[in-house]
Design a protein around this ligand. Structure first.
Ligand SMILES: [Zn+2]
Length: 206
């Protein structure tokens, strides 16, 4: 999915959660969600996040290459194990595996004393999870999402006919559809409350 698709999809989920009182507006959680939504594509320097954080992107790729070199002896011992480990260190590798948001969520639990950091990391973890879920709507899905379990299985959320091509017309239609949902949520849930408050204020004081 393109970065626009990712942002709009994740924002829709957060907006819906707020409309149904499952989540509250927390600026640090929202910032974490925003960055976490983009983060998994950092392993691709040409991606939006890769261009914004070039150094980090190249550092991650460098670490991946370094580990791949260190893994070469495993290639001769167990070719299958080498393939699984090397897949983790490739594009749509570990940053697209469920294990990443789980690790991040566990890390956030160490920061119960520093609430702001805890909210940021939890937002970031949810953002990563949503990015992965959104990629599962695309034609390729995510290979090995449950890594290390089923490392070569391809995980998708829709039947192949409904999955969209990254940046294709069906993704654009999906984004426009989500934008309409957001406008509806904003008017139906958020603004309506404000309007009701305003009427109440007028009736009381005017
Ligand atoms: Zn991705």
């Amino acid at each position: 999915m393109t970065i626009k698709g990712h942002f709009v999809s994740s924002f829709t989920i957060y907006n819906l959660a707020m409309a149904f009182n499952i989540a509250i507006l927390n600026p640090l959680f929202a910032l974490g969600l925003f960055l976490g939504t983009a983060f998994p594509d950092i392993d691709e320097p040409e991606s939006w996040i890769g261009q914004k954080f070039k150094f980090l992107s190249f550092l991650i790729i460098f670490v991946f290459i370094l580990f791949k070199i260190l893994l070469i002896p495993i290639y001769f011992l167990n070719n299958k194990a080498y393939k699984n480990l090397s897949h983790m260190l490739s594009h749509r590798g570990i940053t697209h595996f469920l294990i990443l948001p789980i690790i991040l969520f566990c890390i956030s639990l160490f920061f119960t004393q520093i609430e702001l950091l805890k909210y940021f990391i939890q937002g970031f973890a949810l953002g990563c999870l949503l990015h992965q879920t959104e990629d599962m709507l695309t034609a390729g899905g995510i290979k090995g999402w449950l890594w290390p379990v089923f490392p070569s299985a391809r995980f998708t959320l829709l039947p192949s006919i409904l999955r969209f091509k990254v940046g294709g017309i069906s993704e654009l239609v999906f984004i426009v559809f989500l934008l309409f949902i957001n406008v509806y949520i904003l008017f139906h849930f958020h603004f309506q409350e404000t309007i009701q408050h305003y009427h109440f204020f007028r009736m009381e004081y005017i």
